[in-house]
Each structure stands twice: as C-alpha cells, then as structure tokens.
Design a protein around this ligand. Structure first.
Ligand SMILES: [Cu+2]
Length: 257
C-alpha cells in the first residue's frame, strides 16, 4: 500500500539506497495524515453549511456551538503531528549516528564549483594524500600536499561519472569552492548543501547496480543546469577495482610543486 501510494500517487522515482524506503514511508505517512485532514475538514465544512443555513437559524445566536468535539479533534491532530515529528527526528538521528566505518566504505571527497563537481578518491592504496588549506589554488582545488607520497595514486576527476560499489556504504565529504551548491542523488534520496568552508559528511548505501544522475539542487548561477551532466555508476566490487586500477586521472604531484 505504501509503495503503491509512493509510486502512483506521489510519483516518487525509483529507489536505489537502503535509506530510500524509510524516507519515502515517512513522506507517505504525512500524506495519509493530509488526506484524513482534508476529508475531515471538507466534511466539517459541508456540515456547517447545512447546520447553520438561514432556514435553520433565522436568528443569530451569540452563544454558538457548545460542543467540545473541535477542541479534542485539534488536540488529537497536534498529538499525531508531534508523533510524526518525533519519528522524523528519530529516523534522522539514526542515520546521522550510524555512520559507517570508512574502512568498509567507498570514500569520496566532493568539491562543488561553478559549474561542476570535483571528485577525489584515495586510489588503490586507500589512503588520501595530505591536504593543506593554504595550498588550495585553481590548479589544486583540494589543497593536495605534493610532498605526501600517498597522494600519488589519488584519483581526481572533474564532472563525468563517479563509481561506487553496490551494497557497500559510500561516505562523501562535501564542500564548495565558491557559492552554495547542493549535491542531489534522487534515487538514493540524498540531498545535501555544499557550503564553502564546511566539510559536510554524508552517507548512503546503494542497493542496485545502475546509473544514477547527479544534479545540483541549489540555484548557483548561470550554469547551474550544467551541473546535472554526470552520473553515479553503481557496480560490483570487481568492476570498481578494475576501474580504480585502470583510471589514469591520478593526481600529478609534480604539477603541484
Ligand atoms: Cu551548483
């Protein structure tokens, strides 16, 4: 029933992450409440039109209704909405607290800019090269320290596709070079603002092999729509490892010296 409502009435897109279903369910429950409220208020409106029409009430009555039903209905609605809020807060805090171990995850640094996405992987050795804030420059957007050898095999990409592994958590550290952008993966139910000066972690676990569009969900300037050009490719561990080894977009430390 929930899924039918989510897909056919709300028109939500396909789901491809572990947290997509509970997020959708929450939206569905809010809509159920809205349907009940809508029907309730329309019925109440119809009742008042009939109950207080001119024929039945030729003379105005300054006392009005003495029923306590409206009061209890309001209290009940407030109670239900408070429960919904608590469920939402609980779901949110669960997601925030259950951050996966980076060792068991695909870790990606994402730096938004006008108008594209910079991605950085730790490379086959799994260790990111050191970064320094004061080294950030137009040709070194992640502030990679050229002296750290771990940075040699790091992968640095601009736009295009990023690769992740199916059923393996993904951790993204998100930031922005210039203005506020927003990293959105609809199928994963992930939306997070990228804010200059902040390094915001987010996580999701993809559940289906496939290709999912990355978009910028914050109007960030004239080329905003150009930030929807790439995809997240969810693939098996083997395919991912092959790609990781064969990709040649390594960070060229000598260029940063
Ligand atoms: Cu943007």
């Amino acid at each position: 029933m929930n899924d039918w409502f989510a897909y056919n009435i709300l028109g939500l897109p396909q789901r491809a992450s572990v947290s997509a279903k509970p997020i959708d369910d929450l939206m569905v429950y809010v809509h159920y409440l809205m349907v009940v409220l809508f029907i309730g208020w329309v019925a109440y409106f119809a009742y008042t039109l009939w109950r207080f029409n001119a024929k039945r009430n030729a003379k105005a009555d300054h006392v009005g209704s003495k029923s306590s039903l409206p009061k209890y209905t309001e209290i009940a609605i407030v109670g239900i909405e408070a429960c919904l809020l608590l469920v939402a807060a609980n779901l949110w805090s669960k997601n925030v607290q259950q951050f996966p171990d980076p060792k068991d995850s695909t870790v990606i640094q994402v730096q938004a800019q006008q108008f594209g996405w910079n991605y950085r992987y730790a490379g086959p050795d799994g260790i990111f090269g050191a970064q320094q804030m004061n080294l950030v420059a137009d040709n070194n957007i992640f502030g990679v320290d050229p002296k750290d050898e771990h940075g040699k095999d790091d992968l640095q990409l601009y736009n295009g596709n990023i690769h992740v592994v199916v059923n393996k958590p993904v951790i993204i550290y998100l930031s922005s070079k210039d203005v506020i952008h927003s990293f959105k993966l609809l199928a994963m139910r992930v939306t997070q603002d990228a804010i200059p000066g902040l390094r915001i972690p987010l996580t999701f676990t993809p559940t289906q092999v496939g290709r999912y569009q990355v978009v910028c969900a914050q109007l960030c300037g004239g080329g905003h729509s150009a930030m929807a050009g790439g995809f997240v490719l969810v693939e098996t561990q083997d395919e991912f490892d092959k790609w990781m080894k064969s990709n040649t977009s390594r960070t060229k430390l000598e260029d940063l010296q």
